[in-house]
Design a protein around this ligand. Structure first.
Ligand SMILES: [Zn+2]
Length: 149
């Protein structure tokens, strides 16, 4: 038996959830769904909001349609295990470039700015500065996370 939960005060009405689900099932990414929902309903939901709602509403997992990334011709180098970064920062110390962990782009520094506290995945932020070529980190964090000889 399917239990239908009573509507809450969520911005995600049944109509909006159904609209988002129709796009989700077509393989739209969270940010593409957010853009469409915003256009359709005059809202300003974020990709994180869509992903959180999709998780709560148990949307089916899907593969996002993306352009295939060009592969390097050279054989892959074995990955060097990097030490877990240890950095404690208060929210006030966040750099202006910091971005939400769930919104991080490939060209942005992935260095985590949250500490050992129990921070919600939706509140976790990364450095977000431009990455150094071949590294998931900016120059500063690449040097922190690398073994320099
Ligand atoms: Zn960084």
């Amino acid at each position: 038996m399917i239990v239908v939960r009573p509507p809450t005060r969520s911005i995600w009405t049944r109509e909006r959830v159904a609209f988002a689900l129709s796009l989700w099932e077509k393989g739209y990414s969270g940010s593409a769904v957010a853009d469409s929902v915003n256009r359709e309903f005059g809202m300003s939901v974020t990709r994180c909001s869509v992903i959180g709602m999709a998780d709560r509403e148990k949307f089916p997992s899907h593969k996002v349609n993306r352009k295939p990334q060009p592969r390097a011709a050279a054989p892959r180098q074995p990955k060097i295990k990097q030490p877990a970064p240890v950095m404690q920062q208060t929210p006030a110390a966040m750099p202006a470039s910091s971005v939400l962990f769930l919104d991080i782009e490939q060209a942005q520094c992935h260095f985590p700015l949250w500490g050992d506290d129990d921070v919600s995945i939706f509140d976790r932020r990364c450095c977000g500065s431009a990455v150094t070529s071949g590294s998931p980190y900016c120059d500063t964090h690449h040097s922190i996370c690398s073994y320099n000889k």
